[in-house]
Write a protein of this length. Structure first.
Length: 286
């Protein structure tokens, strides 16, 4: 593998396991995306961070804004990483390509891709179906497609992680089109992961998916989603614990980021084509 250019001196307490590597992360303004960015920066990586920073009409809860993305940038820099942050819509492949290119122009390379951007318009009608498929599935496809040419051209391999959900491994959720679309999209991510893992293996590019249970982020911790989940769980006669085996209602974004940090590291260099639950035993319980 080609030598990577070292970054600046690491601050006290910062690891160097990912030093010299650059991570492209979508949905990075808050929640899981922010946790991935900060965790990878703490391991020595630099970050190309992308987020829509705008509202989608079918989504009933507030999405992240430009101030959130700026806060992610501040936190990455505080962790010792360099960052290029851009507003871009994963549904817009050309715009996403431009955002990635801005990061490549400044940071010089690409090693890690975290396709994290997602929405949960669980209560929504037909517009929710369309939007959640467009963001959570087509957006993941766009993210991989804009990144792969650079990874292949560099010839150094790489690691791609697609953020799915326990809803990508089991049938769950309600009957509204938005909820059905969410489950369909998250299942679709597994298919993309498995196919990309085969297609990209000759280039030493690993592809895996991560499947969290409920995560304590603004996507879950808001009035609209809480009410919807309470209704679904009440109908299923389950307590408000997201169906976890371990006695926790939700996990933290950092719990998911810990798994992602391992998957993209050399410690997982032969792990590819894996759908990894980070779910407090939720899938096993069902």
């Amino acid at each position: 593998m080609a030598d990577r250019q070292p970054g600046p001196d690491l601050p006290p307490g910062r690891s160097d396991s990912l030093r010299g590597r650059v991570a492209f992360i979508t949905g990075a303004a808050r929640g899981q995306g922010r946790a991935h960015a900060v965790r990878l920066a703490s391991e020595g990586a630099d970050v190309i961070a992308v987020d829509l920073c705008d509202q989608i009409a079918s989504v009933p809860y507030p999405l992240a804004g430009a101030d959130d993305l700026a806060e992610t940038a501040r936190m990455v820099e505080e962790a010792g990483g360099r960052i290029v942050a851009r507003q871009a819509d994963v549904r817009d492949r050309d715009g996403l390509q431009q955002a990635l290119q801005a990061g490549l122009d400044e940071l010089g390379r690409l090693d890690i891709v975290i396709a994290n951007a997602g929405i949960a318009p669980l209560q929504s009608g037909p517009d929710g179906w369309r939007d959640v498929i467009d963001v959570n599935l087509t957006g993941v496809h766009h993210t991989v497609e804009v990144a792969v040419p650079t990874l292949v051209e560099q010839g150094d391999g790489g690691s791609i992680v697609l953020i799915s959900s326990v809803a990508g491994l089991v049938g769950m959720g309600g009957a509204k089109p938005g909820a059905l679309g969410y489950t369909a999209a998250k299942h679709g991510i597994v298919g993309l992961m498995r196919q990309y893992a085969n297609l990209l293996a000759p280039h030493h590019i690993r592809v895996n998916s991560v499947h969290p249970t409920g995560v304590d982020t603004p996507m879950i911790d808001n009035e609209f989603t809480r009410q919807f989940l309470q209704q679904v769980l009440a109908e299923a006669q389950r307590p408000m614990d997201m169906g976890n085996a371990l006695p926790v209602q939700a996990i933290e974004p950092e719990d998911v980021a810990n798994a992602v940090a391992w998957l993209v590291s050399d410690a997982a260099r032969y792990v590819t084509g894996v759908a990894l639950p980070v779910d407090a035993g939720s899938v096993n319980k069902r």
